[in-house]
Design a protein around this ligand. Structure first.
Ligand code: GLN
Length: 197
């Protein structure tokens, strides 16, 4: 829990589509004031944001339809701390391979990704990964039609890898993972994100 001398952070979870509910639960367990974000007003109330996994093409379409893309781009460019998981990682990247032609990423972390890059044969898998900055044991990472990180810029820290490929990266206020940290009861990655706010 957040200790009493620390402010409670208001953390939005983009809730247009995908795996947002478990993120809200995990953030709440960690002591944050967590809530779903579907409107510009809710976005404006955030001290930090989680962009969940799901389907990045659908989320991109809904961002446009709900007129959230421009205010979100502005907040991200102004330094809103953001944690993007799986499809969220795709939306925050610089370039997307195998995306839709009209799928424009926010370009707030200098990585390139390939959608569904782990291949059709192994669309989903789990791995125990070592994460820099996490005490104790490894983290059980659940990958579901996950993106592969194909390029990492010089300013980006790689915090975890699987078979030599980055699966967790951080650059300034932007953290991304290619897996689903909300699908286990292990809240350590959410806590790591909150501890840096
Ligand atoms: N393959 C999905 C996409 O392109 C991401 C999958 C996920 O978020 N679990 O958006």
């Amino acid at each position: 829990m957040t200790s009493t001398d620390k402010p409670t952070h208001r953390v939005g979870v983009l809730a247009l589509q995908g795996a947002f509910a478990r993120h809200v639960e995990s953030l709440t367990r960690c002591g944050a004031d967590a809530f779903e974000v579907r409107t510009p007003e809710q976005l404006a109330a955030c001290d930090a944001l989680v962009i969940p996994g799901g389907e990045s093409t659908t989320m991109a379409m809904l961002l446009d339809r709900l007129e959230l893309r421009t205010p979100l781009a502005e907040r991200l460019n102004d330094g809103l701390p953001v944690f993007g998981t799986c499809a969220g990682m795709i939306l925050l990247a610089k370039e997307i391979a195998d995306g839709r032609p009209d799928q424009v990423p926010f370009d707030v972390i200098d990585i390139d990704v390939r959608r569904n890059g782990y291949g059709r044969q192994i669309n989903s898998f789990e791995a125990d990964i070592a994460v820099e900055g996490l005490d104790g044991s490894s983290f059980r990472a659940v990958f579901i039609r996950a993106p592969v990180v194909t390029r990492v810029g010089a300013e980006v820290d790689v915090l975890a890898e699987v078979d030599g490929d980055p699966v967790m990266c951080r650059s300034g206020h932007v953290s991304v993972v290619s897996f689903h940290p909300e699908l286990t009861d292990d809240d350590r990655l959410h806590r790591l994100f909150l501890d840096r706010l």
